[in-house]
Design a protein around this ligand. Sequence first.
Ligand code: ADP
Ligand code: MG
Length: 246
Amino acid sequence: MPDADTAPLISMQGVSKFFDEFQALKDVSLCVKEGERVVVCGPSGSGKSTLIRCINRLEAHEAGDIVVDGVTLSDKTLDHIRGTVGMVFQQFNLFPHLTVLENLTLGPRRALGLSEEEAEARAMLYLERVRIPDQANKLPRQLSGGQQQRVAIARSLCMEPRILLFDEPTSALDPEMIAEVLDVMVELARSGMTMIVVTHEMGFARKVADTMVFMDKGEIVEIGPPEQVFKAPKSARFATFLNQIL
Ligand code: ADP
Ligand code: MG
């Protein structure tokens, strides 16, 4: 767990998000320190995706403040956010007509101004980190789901973000491919990356989470270190949820 007295890298204070009349986030406050690993769980529709989509401003919130790396999120600070926060989606979201290498070099060349050589060197570095450098010249559809998700993780890493958000990164995978993706995420966590991971993989949570968050109906209902919240959940809703998924 990172130092208690360092300033948070992400600070959400009283954040609310509406979709028309429907309130998807209700007065949510959450602080994440540099190097902290947060795992978010909760029933379908509880606001987990909305929470992390607000942190990289794929969604705009209506009330409260979100400060990322010292900058308050608004439409004027989009460039800063996109340069600071990376995201890995459930459905990989790779460009199907581009090779693995092209998927990885596109962002660094377009957004960071790297030369082709620099971008390719960086891409190969991160492909090695997710253990698939041999797949560089294939198209996404020629890869397994687990390999595609590792490419998506490498693609995020190529932008060298300070924070990585994961939205159910193993939910679309066949069971035999889940471990290879989780292993890469465990290594990333151990390397000191600041991560917020929405997942129901509680083994992963126990292994890497500094902080466990349980959401229900747009609220953070339970938050604390995993050893504490798993052993003695304070809320009946979290206890019931754990019984259902474990
Ligand atoms: P989770 O990721 O926990 O399953 P979400 O954050 O995706 O939940 O959604 C929370 C609630 O907000 C759900 O009731 C969902 O239907 C609603 N919601 C999410 N995105 C939209 C949207 N773009 N338009 C309308 N309602 C949405
Ligand atoms: Mg979701």
